[in-house]
Design a protein around this ligand. Structure first.
Ligand SMILES: *Cc1c(COP(=O)(O)O)cnc(C)c1O
Length: 302
């Protein structure tokens, strides 16, 4: 699987608050890899798909909700690799299929809708997992969100790309924590301060997740906990207003679930003087912009 590194830019954001606090702020545009497929999701898939290729497996099965960036990324990557993809979708088939799922279908993914209860079993149940394997074998089953050791290893490639540019801080939105764990895993000398911004309210198990994903006792990292805006995918008017203002100031689009909340947290901390003078702050633009299609069309000014 090829990752088009040449499309990624590191954009400088200069505003009155960066100047006032003597820091530089940069957005690493992994979103530019593709306008529908989230940047981090391709990285997380990287080793899974290589494993599939090595084992001559031609069918990939994975899981997600109706707005899942992971599903659409898997559909896309599989099409590119000429693999068959099957998406197991949480919830009964709705009358109107979401933009995300329509895109999955356009990339050739076969969707299978299952009840929320059955889905829960699949997620946490090895027998259900084995059942899927039997149904589609030979296949590779990728956990929801790419959450797993191989996903973490793939996300480490993002760290390797960024570290060449000497950041003092790297900030990243956290869902399953797979992407962030990849950064932690590769930050071996703790020479960069890694900052996690959970988009889930009261995320209690971040340490456990990182330990499982990295398979090691992790290094240190920082968590900015107060930018979830009410919880996963919640987007009150204050968040929409922030996204519009940020776009006006920088020309950079953010998504309602992840990158807007991460940027909000980082900017608030800059304003509060958290970052020392001279800090070179990298914010990971993980993409996810296709998710904004679920909003009424006049809410965002981009
Ligand atoms: C999935 C996703 C994340 C979160 O990644 P995890 O590895 O699940 O923590 C962040 N940003 C965007 C845009 C995503 O789609």
């Amino acid at each position: 699987m090829q990752i088009p590194y040449e499309k990624i830019s590191i954009d400088n954001i200069t505003t009155n608050y960066t100047i006032a606090h003597g820091v530089t702020l940069h957005m690493v545009r992994f979103d530019k890899i593709h306008n529908i497929v989230s940047g981090n999701k391709l990285f997380k898939l990287y080793h899974y798909l290589n494993t599939a290729a090595e084992n001559k497996v031609t069918t990939i099965v994975t899981f997600g909700g109706a707005f899942s960036n992971h599903l659409v990324a898997t559909a896309f990557a599989c099409k590119q690799q000429q693999l068959k993809s099957i998406g197991i979708v949480r919830g009964e088939k709705p009358k109107n299929i979401s933009h995300t799922l329509q895109q999955c279908i356009a990339f050739g993914m076969e969707l299978q809708f299952i009840s929320r209860n059955a889905y829960k079993n699949y997620e946490n149940n090895e027998i259900a997992f084995a059942q899927i394997k039997n149904t589609y074998d030979p296949c590779l089953v990728i956990p929801e969100g790419g959450y797993g050791v191989e996903g973490c290893k793939g996300a480490g490639l993002m760290y390797n790309f960024m570290i060449n540019h000497n950041p003092t801080h790297i900030c990243c939105a956290v869902g399953t924590a797979t992407t962030f764990a990849g950064l932690v895993k590769n930050n071996k000398h703790n020479n960069v301060e890694l900052i996690a911004v959970p988009v889930i309210k009261n995320m209690m198990d971040l340490d456990d997740r990182i330990r499982y994903l990295t398979q090691q006792n992790h290094g240190t990292y920082t968590v900015f906990n107060d930018a979830h805006f009410g919880g996963y995918a919640k987007h009150p008017p204050s968040l929409i207003a922030f996204m519009n203002k940020f776009y006006e100031d920088t020309n950079i689009e953010t998504d309602i679930v992840y990158t807007s909340k991460m940027m909000y947290a980082v900017i608030e901390k800059i304003k509060a003087g958290y970052f020392k003078k001279g800090s070179k702050i990298f914010c990971v633009h993980t993409g996810g912009l296709q998710g904004n299609n679920s909003l009424p069309s006049n809410m965002l000014n981009f």
